[in-house]
Design a protein around this ligand. Structure first.
Ligand code: ADP
Length: 385
C-alpha cells in the first residue's frame, strides 16, 4: 500500500513537472512567434523604404496608385515633370481616357499595358506609360498600380525632323525624275532615235533605273508617313476576306503569266479593327514578295485561321526561302538577302520595313518562318473584332 502511494505520488509530481515545462515551452514559442512577426513588420517597412528610395533614383517617372487611382507614391523624376500632390487622383493631371482605361484594366483584369499619350504640361508632351499591377502587395499594403513614365517628346521631335527631311528630299526628287522619264518616253516613241545603236543599248538600262528610283521615292515617302502615324490606332471595322480578295485580284494577270497558283481560303466573319489602305499595303507587299521570290509553276497559299481571340493570316510560298541567319534582319530598311535578285524583281528593300510599322500600328504581330529553297511563311496575328 505504501509502495502504491509512493508510485502515485511520483506520477503526480511528474505530471505537474511536465505541465509546467509545457507551459514554458508554449510561452517561449508564442514569444518567438511575436518576435518573428515583429521582425517581419520591421523587414517589410525597411524593404519598402529601400524600394521607394531605389525608385527615386530611376530616371523614369514612377507613380504608384491605389485602387481609387489616388497617388500614394511619386519618385523624384515624376515630381520634376509634374506638380504632383500625394493623395491626388491621377485624372487630376494626366487627363487621358486611354490611361484611365488601362489602369482600370490593370486592377480589374490584372492586365499590364503599354500606351502612348499626349498631354499639355503646359506645352505638348508625348509620354510612353507602362501600367503594371502589383498584385502581391510589394509596393503597398493592398494591390496597387505602378505607372512607369518615359518622356518621348524629344525623341518624337527628332523622328519628325528625320521624317520631314526624307519626305522633302523624296518629294523634291520627284520633279526631276518626271522630266527624265518624259525624255525617255520621247526616245521610246521616236523610231529614228530608238533605233540608234547607242540609244538602243542605253534605253532599257535608263528606263529600269528610273523605274527603280520611282519605286524608291514612293517607298521612302510611304515609310516616312507611316512612322509618324504609328501611334495612331486604326478605328474601322474591316472584313479581311473581302480585303484580301481585292488585293489578290490585282495580281491575277501577273500570276497567270508565270503560271503561279494563288490559293485563298476564306473563313466566315473574319473581322478586325484596322485601316483599309494600310491593310492593303501590308498584304500587297507580302503577296508581292511571295510571288517575286517564287519560281514559275509554284503555289502561293493565303489562309485564314482563328486562334482564341486572334485572327491569323498566313501567306505561304514555295519560293527561294531566306537563309536562317538573315531572317531576323529582313524587316530592316534596305536589307536584302541578295541585292541583285531584289533589284531584278523591282525590289527596294523597304517593303517589309513598311509592313513592320503598319503591323505594329494595328497592334498585331508578324512571325516569319522560312527554309532556304523550300519556301517562306509569314503569319500576321491580329486581335479579332
Ligand atoms: P524587297 O523590295 O527587296 O523585296 P522587302 O523589304 O520586301 O524588300 O524584303 C526584304 C528582303 O527579304 C528581300 O530582298 C528578300 O531578300 C527577302 N524576302 C522577303 N520576302 C521574301 C519571300 N517571300 N521569300 C524569300 N525572300 C524574301
Amino acid at each position: 500500500m505504501e509502495l502504491l502511494t509512493l508510485i502515485l505520488l511520483i506520477i503526480i509530481v511528474l505530471l505537474i513537472f511536465l505541465l509546467l515545462k509545457k507551459e514554458r515551452v508554449f510561452g517561449m514559442q508564442t514569444e518567438f512567434q511575436d518576435k518573428k512577426a515583429q521582425i517581419q513588420v520591421i523587414d517589410n517597412k525597411d524593404y519598402r523604404k529601400n524600394i521607394y528610395e531605389l525608385l527615386n533614383y530611376t530616371p523614369e517617372g514612377i507613380l504608384i496608385l491605389d485602387k481609387t487611382k489616388k497617388i500614394i507614391f511619386s519618385n523624384n523624376s515624376a515630381k520634376k515633370w509634374f506638380q504632383i500632390k500625394l493623395n491626388e487622383n491621377i485624372s487630376g493631371f494626366l487627363r487621358s481616357p486611354d490611361l484611365i482605361n488601362s489602369i482600370d484594366q490593370a486592377f480589374n483584369a490584372e492586365k499590364s499595358n503599354d500606351l502612348e499619350i499626349e498631354i499639355r504640361n503646359p506645352s505638348v508632351v508625348r509620354l510612353n506609360i507602362t501600367v503594371y499591377l502589383d498584385k502581391n502587395n510589394l509596393f503597398f499594403d493592398n494591390p496597387s498600380c505602378l505607372l512607369f513614365i518615359r518622356d518621348l517628346t524629344e525623341f518624337h521631335k527628332f523622328q519628325q525632323l528625320k521624317s520631314d527631311f526624307v519626305a522633302n528630299v523624296s518629294h523634291e526628287l520627284r520633279t526631276p525624275l518626271q522630266s527624265i522619264k518624259m525624255g525617255l518616253e520621247t526616245f521610246e516613241n521616236n523610231p529614228d532615235l530608238k533605233n540608234n545603236s547607242e540609244v538602243k543599248n542605253l534605253l532599257p538600262v535608263l528606263t529600269s533605273q528610273s523605274e527603280r528610283m520611282e519605286n524608291l521615292i514612293r517607298d521612302l515617302l510611304t515609310l516616312s508617313k507611316i512612322e509618324l502615324q504609328e501611334h495612331i490606332r486604326p478605328t474601322h471595322e474591316i472584313d479581311l476576306n473581302e480585303l484580301i480578295e481585292y488585293v489578290i485580284k490585282t495580281y491575277e494577270k501577273i500570276v497567270s503569266k508565270d503560271n503561279i497558283k494563288l490559293n485563298f481560303q476564306k473563313i466566315d466573319n473574319f473581322k478586325i479593327i484596322g485601316d483599309r489602305d494600310k491593310l492593303i499595303e501590308i498584304f500587297t507587299n507580302l503577296i508581292d514578295n511571295a510571288i517575286k521570290y517564287s519560281d514559275k509553276n509554284k503555289e502561293v497559299a493565303i489562309s485564314l485561321k482563328k486562334d482564341g481571340n486572334l485572327n491569323i493570316v498566313s501567306i505561304a510560298d514555295q519560293g527561294i526561302g531566306i537563309p536562317k541567319e538573315s531572317i531576323h534582319r529582313i524587316t530592316e530598311r534596305f536589307f536584302t538577302v541578295d541585292p541583285s535578285k531584289s533589284r531584278s524583281v523591282g525590289g527596294t528593300g523597304l517593303g517589309l520595313a513598311i509592313v513592320k510599322h503598319l503591323v505594329s500600328q494595328h497592334r498585331a504581330e508578324m512571325y516569319i518562318n522560312s527554309v532556304e529553297n523550300k519556301g517562306t511563311t509569314i503569319d500576321i496575328k491580329f486581335n479579332a473584332f
